[in-house]
Design a protein around this ligand. Structure first.
Ligand code: HEM
Length: 506
């Protein structure tokens, strides 16, 4: 009897302690959540937001539908300075006006990335894209010189060589039925970034089913699925699921590849003997191996790996997507294509010589085309910052801890800066037409201190690839704009690829 009573009392004590613990653990977060919910009430919001689940019942789970819903909301709220959504219990303010975006991107206090970037950490660690605070500042200072003009000019050779392989592959499609050019372009961009970032040829254009190539693709998809699916968020659940295991498998392939390339290259660099008559091409990796901080310290193997993985991730899908959209737009606007070819003829005549640094400068109309393509289809359709202290945006209080989502896709369609926004009109970017435009009205590469470090590299690569294609072929688009349905994940891609027909130019 005494034992039963003892057990009973012990049970009550344990239950009370657990309950107290639960109240203790949830009280503060719950209080902060309710406070934030009330503080943010005045901000205009998408319909159907409920406590804890937020707008989850309103938003569709499919990536394309979700992106379209966000864009529709920005159209509906075009006359408000900002818009609020709740993704589960997390509050976001959505920004799509030059004036409000400037307030966030130009404020050094809001330099940190939003919470959702943590799903990139297992792959990219805290490299330049994902790092915060002092680490980011030190890295950015160390890495900025690696994108210097003189170094980029060495990469031009690689870009020309790979573009030549691309046009040889495309030649086989001339005069045939429509085909999807998406993977042709993407594999070429992958070859370029591998050789320039790591100094390693992977021959992706010839061998598209290599483990590394496949894992790069799978990983982007896996990460975006995790970002959109709240029950994939806790590691201990995710790691038990099939999806989590797939994530781990691909991570291993990606990391072992870059790890071994870095090791080989480091050994190569310490071996100063270069065979006579051979000139070793520099890669970003060589500069990372040599870089030192203000105190003269070198980067560790782990630091270098973070940056190499970051360049691999940021440095090819973005340019590839943009070149693909450009081919669609050029293929559906023969007048613009003709003008671009006219400019190419002025610069290159009938010669087949590679593109030089000086040519790039002279291809001004092609640059307007690339910008107009990035306006309509920015490769990074949205990105997000963490609001690190309470602030006011156009008179609305935005509390510390909220995420700000910046949507270039919607921003670039602001009719105040781009009248008839859906029209494809490269002349908008001629100097006389851009003068006086708000500096934050067109930001495909983000803006402010944390803008894209690779933007000059990207513009160079796009010019080389597009120039190589347009010098040789006539491109005809085989889809209508309405059929393309952009999928706005990490990268803006057309749902069903880009279908074109090619003819040889006379
Ligand atoms: C058309 C091509 C490209 C576009 C549209 C693009 C766009 C962007 C955008 C919007 C950001 C800001 C992202 C954010 O705040 O979350 C960014 C950051 C970055 N990009 Fe690019 N990018 C392109 C090409 C490249 C290339 C070729 C490289 C490298 C070779 C690169 C490397 C980076 C890095 C390292 C960052 C992080 C910078 C920092 O936080 O300091 N990007 N890019």
């Amino acid at each position: 009897m005494v034992t039963v009573l003892g057990l009973y009392t012990l049970g009550i004590v344990i239950a009370t302690v657990l309950l107290a613990l639960l109240v203790f653990l949830t009280y503060e977060p719950l209080r902060a959540y309710i406070h934030k919910w009330n503080e943010m009430k005045p901000i205009p919001g998408v319909e159907g937001a409920y406590p804890i689940v937020g707008n989850a019942l309103y938003f569709k789970s499919n990536a394309g539908d979700f992106f379209n819903q966000i864009i529709e909301s920005t159209n509906e709220f075009r006359h408000f300075p900002l818009l609020k959504i709740w993704v589960g219990p997390l509050p976001f303010v959505v920004l799509f006006h030059a004036e409000t975006i400037e307030m966030v991107l130009n404020n050094p206090r809001h330099m940190d990335k939003a919470d959702s970037y943590r799903f990139l950490h297992p792959w990219l660690g805290t490299g330049l894209l994902t790092s915060t605070g002092d680490k980011w500042r030190r890295r950015r200072k160390m890495l900025t010189p690696t994108f210097h003009f003189s170094i980029l000019s060495e990469f031009l050779e690689v870009m020309n060589e790979q573009a030549e392989i691309l046009t040889e592959k495309l030649e086989k499609q001339v005069g045939l039925l429509p085909f999807d050019c998406f993977s042709y372009i993407t594999l070429c961009a992958l070859d370029i970034i591998c050789e320039t970032a790591m100094g390693k040829k992977i021959f992706a254009q010839d061998n598209s089913d290599s483990d590394y190539v496949c894992s790069v693709y799978k990983m982007s998809d896996i990460i975006t699925r995790r970002q959109r699916t709240p029950w994939f968020w806790p590691d201990f659940i995710y790691n038990l699921l099939g999806e989590g295991k797939e994530h781990k498998r691909n991570l291993k392939v990606l990391h072992s590849f870059t790890e071994s390339v870095i090791r080989e290259r480091a050994e190569d660099n310490s071996d100063s003997e270069v065979p006579q008559g051979t000139k070793k091409r520099k890669a970003f990796l060589d500069m990372l191996l040599q870089a030192t901080d203000d105190d003269g310290n070198h980067l560790s193997q782990k630091d270098i790996q973070e940056e190499v993985d970051t360049f691999m991730f940021e440095g090819h899908d973005t340019t590839a997507a943009s070149i693909n959209w450009a081919l669609h737009l050029l293929g559906s606007h023969p007048d613009v294509q003709r003008k671009a070819q006219h400019e190419l003829h002025e610069v290159f005549g009938a010669s087949r010589r590679p593109v030089g640094m000086d040519d790039l400068r002279r291809l001004r109309y092609l640059e307007c085309i690339i910008k107009e393509c990035l306006r309509l289809f920015p490769s990074v359709p949205l990105f997000a910052r963490h609001i690190c202290e309470d602030c006011y945006i156009s008179g609305f209080k935005v509390p510390k801890g909220v995420n700000a989502v910046i949507i270039p896709f919607a921003l670039h369609r602001d009719p105040r800066y781009f009248p008839d926004p859906e029209a494809f009109c490269p002349d908008r970017f001629l100097p006389e037409n851009s003068a006086g435009r708000h500096p934050f009205a067109f930001i495909p590469f983000s803006a402010g201190l944390r803008n894209c470090i690779g933007q000059r590299f990207a513009m160079m690569e796009e010019k080389v690839m597009l120039a190589s294609i347009l010098r040789r072929f006539q491109v005809e688009a085989c889809q209508k704009r309405e059929d393309l349905r952009p999928l706005g994940d990490l990268i803006l891609r057309p749902e069903k690829g880009i279908w074109i027909k090619l003819q040889n130019r006379a």
